[in-house]
Write a protein that binds this ligand. Structure first.
Ligand SMILES: [Fe+2]
Ligand SMILES: [Fe+2]
Length: 209
């Protein structure tokens, strides 16, 4: 039986590892279909800013899934969340690696993003498993749409970032489908709008800081 202290310790451990330790992926970095074209300094800066936003998204994904795994009493659902979190670790490692290649740094506010997302995940978890899964399904759907928008914003020659974003998009879409299959409930429209608003704040700030 997991105690509250166990959950708290694993949360702190997860936060420290997500934010400060280099992440290791289970799957290889998605390979670009075409050879990358050299980027201009401005293109490199913009790609770095966009990949920083995506890295923050993955920091939040770690926090959300960890919190939601801690909040559920259903061992099967906990395993479901933990499996998704492992796949998100690949995303975290890939975006981290690409940030480095682009000479960009991760968001300075990562501890804050992690804490905020963890709190949100706990709230969603407390509202019961169908709502918690509904929150996953909607989050993943919004992330997928966001990544699609990045395919239009990333420099055309940045095939390395594009390959990563493309694979992430496929994975997030599957995570949403898996949440529906596990019994997600559709969230009320105002809640979805609120989530979009919060994501907008995060993506705007993380683009710069
Ligand atoms: Fe992800
Ligand atoms: Fe995902």
């Amino acid at each position: 039986m997991r105690t509250f202290t166990d959950s708290l310790l694993s949360a702190v451990d997860g936060a420290l590892r997500t934010i400060w330790a280099p992440s290791r992926s289970h799957r290889a970095l998605p390979a670009a279909a075409e050879t990358a074209k050299p980027l201009t300094p401005a293109e490199k800066r913009e790609a770095g800013a966009l990949m920083r936003v995506n890295h923050v998204g993955e920091v939040c994904a770690q926090a959300l899934y960890t919190a939601q795994a801690a909040a559920t009493r259903d061992p099967a659902l906990r395993a479901h969340f933990e499996k998704a979190a492992r796949e998100e670790t690949d995303h975290l490692a890939w975006t981290q690696a690409r940030l480095q290649e682009l000479g960009a740094r991760p968001s300075l506010l990562n501890p804050l993003w992690y804490a905020g997302a963890f709190g949100l995940g706990l709230v969603a978890g407390r509202l019961g498993d169908p709502v918690s899964l509904g929150f996953v399904a909607e989050t993943e759907r919004q992330v997928e749409a966001h990544l699609e928008s990045h395919m239009n914003r990333l420099p055309p020659g940045d095939s390395a970032s594009r390959a990563i974003v493309d694979q992430m998009k496929l994975d997030e879409s599957r995570h949403a489908a898996e949440a529906w299959a596990a019994g997600a409930t559709d969230l009320p429209t105002p809640v979805k709008a609120l989530m979009r608003g919060a994501a907008k704040v995060m993506t705007t700030v993380a683009h710069r800081i």
